[in-house]
Design a protein around this ligand. Structure first.
Ligand code: ACO
Length: 438
């Protein structure tokens, strides 16, 4: 019996099994040999929501939730946020190393070259109702893009794959900004390729009559930091969606549309939107204690609090708080910030939150910053999706190159009826038919 093994005794049969332990895991498939009889399917694990299941081996993002550590390819998030740019981080995530000057200039040029979208894509966006949610437009337009690039289906051709990566990272800000402009009934502002990735995004969002849009340097840098912080977060819900869809060898545009749909949910990327709505609903500092009381009574959750992985603090939240100060020095302070600070102060002292290890997550402050920068609330999940595109793509490439991976297909524990005779409609009674609610 080796040292790196786990010995399991099946008390149903008295048999013992030695399972190898590798990287702190046992292979779920090794449990299949544990059977009561020859025709037994074998033991499985039951793990809804993947609370304790590693679905892949990865070399992209490291998180230690207890220590509050987040690293991309080994580089601590605070160093990247302070010193890097979003495009450099995107390169790092996708290629594993920081680029040298020539590589960065090549990468930036290739992405800048692809910022324009086909004019017909504009018609897709035009087709949405005037009050369509920008995230709905964003994910649907991403799906539509797959029909414009049928070559993207060639996912095992590295050169072709690289082209789709340029296209996607380049075009997501354009689609996002066009969705916003459609929503407010303004003509689209085309990409300005003289500007930085973030500066150009601000241009496409906010340009009006000026001949050349000049982004505010502080706000441009704030956007860079926010984009870096949101670029990847290992196997979160939307990345898992990206990998799951990608495992069927779907093209990257359709896979990304699916990942964006997962991000849209209020428990994931929709949380910053919910934080802002919550702060507005609370309305003033004196209403905070009453609101906390209702959270504790289980009426609803405190949005922007809690995280599946971070149980001490979210390192991104700390960086974002600094960015908030810099942004407010330019835009003026948002009164909602005072409500947020009070909410955080009370919650961090309260036994309910302390006991459950609930701390502000990345979304608690990002929404207030985005609002101060004039982004409307329903653009928040889209602002999350733009930088996460590089993370989704990095994870997708890793999946495609991983020989261990196959089409994602979990098992289930079936607890329903077994084989029954079909009952003709005239002989059915609601109770007998097992109708919903019966
Ligand atoms: N407010 C109040 N109570 C909470 C909150 C919250 N925000 N989050 C968790 N809890 C409580 C739960 O009610 C539960 O209490 P119980 O043990 O008495 O039943 C306990 O804390 C554990 O909660 P779980 O749901 O098991 O925690 P999980 O790890 O599954 O959920 C999640 C993590 C989804 C982020 C959760 O904390 C939440 O809903 N937060 C609010 C939404 C949010 O901010 N999402 C953004 C996440 S960050 C991101 O996606 C970028």
């Amino acid at each position: 019996m080796g040292e790196n093994t786990l010995t399991i005794t099946d008390n149903r049969t008295g048999k013992q099994y030695d399972l190898p332990i590798e990287n702190g895991t046992i292979k779920a498939m090794d449990l299949r040999q544990i059977k009561q009889s020859e025709d037994d399917f074998g033991l499985m694990t039951y793990d809804p929501a993947f609370m304790n299941t590693a679905s892949c081996k990865s070399r992209i993002t490291f998180i230690d939730g207890d220590k509050g550590i987040l690293e991309y390819r080994g580089y601590p998030i605070d160093q990247l946020a302070e010193k890097s740019t979003y495009l450099e981080v995107a390169y790092l995530l996708l290629n594993g190393e920081l680029p040298d000057r020539a590589q960065l200039s090549d990468w930036t040029r290739n992405i800048t070259y692809h910022t324009f979208i086909n004019e017909s894509i504009k018609k897709v966006i035009d087709g949405f109702h005037y009050n369509a949610h920008p995230m709905g437009m964003f994910e649907a337009t991403l799906g539509a893009l797959s029909t414009f690039y049928p070559d993207a289906k060639d996912i095992f051709d590295k050169e072709c794959r690289q082209k789709q990566i340029y296209r996607l990272i380049a075009k997501v800000p354009t689609i996002a900004a066009f969705a916003y402009r459609h929503r407010i009934g303004m003509q689209y502002a085309y990409p300005d390729n003289d500007l930085s990735y973030e500066g150009n995004f601000l241009n496409m969002m906010f340009k009006t009559t000026e001949l050349k849009y000049q982004p505010n340097a502080v706000l441009e840098r704030a956007l860079t930091v926010l984009f870096i912080l949101h670029a990847d977060h290992e196997q979160n819900c939307s990345t898992n969606a990206m990998r799951s869809i990608g495992s069927a060898h779907t093209d990257p545009f359709s896979s990304l549309a699916g990942a964006a749909a997962a991000l849209y949910g209020p428990l994931h990327g929709g949380a910053n939107e919910m934080v802002l709505r919550m702060l507005r609903e609370i309305g003033s500092i004196d209403k905070v204690p009453e609101y906390i009381k209702r959270v504790k009574a289980g009426e609803f959750r405190l949005m922007g609090f809690g995280h599946r992985v971070y149980k001490n603090y979210d390192p991104r939240a700390r960086i974002i708080k600094q960015v908030a100060d810099e942004v407010f020095a330019v835009t003026g302070k948002d009164p909602l910030l005072d409500i947020a600070l009070e909410l955080e102060r009370i919650a961090l002292e309260d036994e309910y939150f302390v006991k459950r290890r609930l701390y502000p997550n990345v979304d608690f402050y990002s929404g207030i910053i985005y609002q101060a920068m004039s982004f409307p609330v329903d653009m928040f999940p889209v602002l999350f999706a733009i930088p996460r595109t590089s993370g989704w793509l990095a994870q997708w490439v890793e999946l495609l190159e991983d020989p261990d991976q196959k089409i994602a297909r979990p098992r289930q524990v079936y607890l329903g009826h077994r084989t029954r005779e079909y009952v003709p409609i005239e002989r059915r009674k609601a109770a007998e038919s097992g109708a919903v609610g019966a």
